[in-house]
Design a protein around this ligand. Sequence first.
Ligand SMILES: Cc1cc2nc3c(=O)[nH]c(=O)nc-3n(C[C@H](O)[C@H](O)[C@H](O)COP(=O)(O)OP(=O)(O)OC[C@H]3O[C@@H](n4cnc5c(N)ncnc54)[C@H](O)[C@@H]3O)c2cc1C
Length: 429
Amino acid sequence: MPASIAFLSVEGMVRGPLQSVAIVGGGPAGSALAVYLGRAGKKVVLFDKGNRPPIIVGESLVPATVPFLAELGIEDEVRAYSTFKEGATFVFNSEESLSFKFEEVRKARTKYSYNVPRDKLDASIAAMAEGSGAQILRESAGLVREAGSDRVVLDSETLARTEGFLGGPPDLIVDASGRRRLLPNLLELPFEAGPRKDTALFAHCEGVGQVIEGNVHTDTLSHGWSWRIPLPGKMSVGFVVNSEHLKTLGVSPEEQFDGILAREPVIKAWGAEPRRLTDVLKYTNYQLVSKRGFGEGWVLLGDSLGFVDPVFSSGLLLAFDGAKSLSEAILAGGDSRAMQRYEQRARRHIRTWQKTIDHFYNGRLFTLFKVGQVVRHTPVGRMLDFHFRRHLPRVFTGEASASRYSPALVDFMCRYALMENDPDLLAIH
Ligand SMILES: Cc1cc2nc3c(=O)[nH]c(=O)nc-3n(C[C@H](O)[C@H](O)[C@H](O)COP(=O)(O)OP(=O)(O)OC[C@H]3O[C@@H](n4cnc5c(N)ncnc54)[C@H](O)[C@@H]3O)c2cc1C
């Protein structure tokens, strides 16, 4: 069902004004929303079951998240426990790489970012939510579907825990349960799965070199790509690999991860001797976007609404931006029109990242960069370069990823401006 039909079918179903909100999930999306609503004087209960793995993905932040950290009042704290990041490096093979500094981006509002230990970041936002007046319950929340409808309520046990604070059922339930997708699964909401069927393996390591200190590094592998995210005293390493190929490397995630670490040619150039410090976490089927974003008394936020792909670190930005615009929709009364505005923005944002990410995988994006490096030395190229340097990189830093023009320009250029170059040479297989 197309999203526009979904909008129409729920017209008028979310009633306002909303005074009390139950948020399920205390990741960046849920906790940031709790801060915004708590500050505005809404009654907010946030549930987080808390049994997360010892290391959590989502450690590389794009520069456009920094204003959110500042607005949430946690940037100084985050800076103290994170790695300061000035740019990004892409390694295509043992000889070729491309680095850019965020400060080189013309008209950039934020010229730096951070790589964060996620457990600490989540704790900082949750503490701010508590300080803003939200009640944080470190427990699992349960939802039930009302028979014959798509209305969802807190189950009786969960509701009982909110009573002293909310004094009755919440006006709105926000599902920010991440990839657990509690509410979409309960309502069996239709979703769109992305084109990639990769597996991501993730661990913390030591002995891993860097091309430029602090930068987030993306390396092309023979059957996928990898990330290197420098954290204080260690390196987050992830391999996003073709799931069929992975089976040839062993059975356990550790065997597979160590197999890539030992055999992949581009990793030999990382220097030193990479050693794994933690167990390996495995992620599959993460490219998933729900076709409905809200309904009677409920709304989806963050990964629960949709996540595209790890490659350009868009997840936390989508979480913060979604939290901010959902808070605005709720404070504007929370009626269907306000919720539609929230959902439309979130979907546009997700779509932009999806297109840009598609052009990463099909090789067009970096072919375009290479063409640009040659063309910019011609007289016409110099003029165009001035324009592109403002728009193209700002899609990756996140500053223009929710806008219309810059992402459309990237898409257009990736499709029609590669001249005679074969994008397949830089495609991820
Ligand atoms: C392999 C991989 C790598 C990634 N790397 C990056 C990156 O480098 N940078 C980036 O920005 N993004 C990255 N992401 C995406 C990022 O991790 C997510 O987009 C982000 O964490 C989403 O935040 P969230 O608040 O929506 O969900 P989450 O962070 O998943 O938080 C959801 C919370 O809900 C809780 N919860 C679930 N069910 C219940 C329940 N019933 N009751 C109570 N609590 C519940 C969970 O315990 C959890 O704390 C990556 C994703 C993947 C898969």
